[in-house]
Write a protein that binds this ligand. Structure first.
Ligand code: CTP
Ligand code: MG
Length: 188
């Protein structure tokens, strides 16, 4: 059994380094408008993704999530907080996480549309975890070393457990804020 402090460290590191993925969604809500990613097209009589997934949301969310990661890298040195690394390649990591998060969000919408769930309607589990799954799928393709070291290998699994535990309440809290501030039409 690993040292509890080692597991706690891995859990907090995993949470901290997932910020770009977390921030991507609210940023997409703020920047989203205009042309939908599916250009309004349908598949088998049902929208591919729906009007809730727009190009501006995808671009704004990816850039915002990536930039927060770059800021995390800049403050990592002076503060000693964990970072994505110090190389130019490492700077890609937060952008990949943010894009992956929104890719998962689109995957969730794709599945919702196939199941006849209207845009904005609730889909438990899918709504809370689609972006985590997306960040892992895209992350394992483009930045496998980072994903494995931070969330999967040995004690780093505590990082993944942390995400699974913290994400549903965090998702709920952020959406309630979004609803109360008029950014979202529904509190989920
Ligand atoms: N949004 C966007 N582009 C994205 C993601 C989100 O423009 N790629 C904006 C849309 O205005 C969307 C809002 O953020 O309505 C809330 O996002 P979300 O809850 O993910 O979408 P829903 O409208 O609930 O649609 P769906 O049922 O497909 O999840
Ligand atoms: Mg929604």
């Amino acid at each position: 059994m690993a040292e509890p402090m080692v597991l706690l460290g891995a859990a907090l590191t995993g949470f901290w380094l997932f910020f770009p993925a977390y921030l991507a969604n609210p940023s997409a809500v703020l920047s989203g408008h205009g042309t939908p990613v599916d250009f309004g097209r349908s598949m088998g009589g049902k929208r591919i993704l729906g009007d809730g997934k727009t190009w501006w949301g995808l671009i704004g969310g990816t850039l915002s999530g990536g930039f927060i990661g770059v800021i995390q890298m800049l403050i990592g040195g002076p503060t000693g907080l964990p970072t994505f690394g110090t190389t130019l390649f490492a700077m890609m990591i937060p952008f990949v996480l943010a894009f992956g998060s929104l890719f998962g969000d689109m995957l969730g919408s794709f599945i919702k549309r196939r199941l006849d769930v209207e845009r904005g309607a609730k889909a438990p589990i899918l709504d809370q975890y689609d972006f985590v799954i997306g960040a892992f799928i895209v992350g394992l393709i483009f930045i496998p070393g980072f994903m494995i070291d931070t969330y999967l290998a040995g004690t780093a699994i505590a990082g993944l457990v942390m995400l699974l535990v913290v994400t549903p309440p965090l998702h709920r809290a952020v959406n309630i804020v979004g609803y109360k501030t008029g950014q979202k039409d529904v509190p989920w």
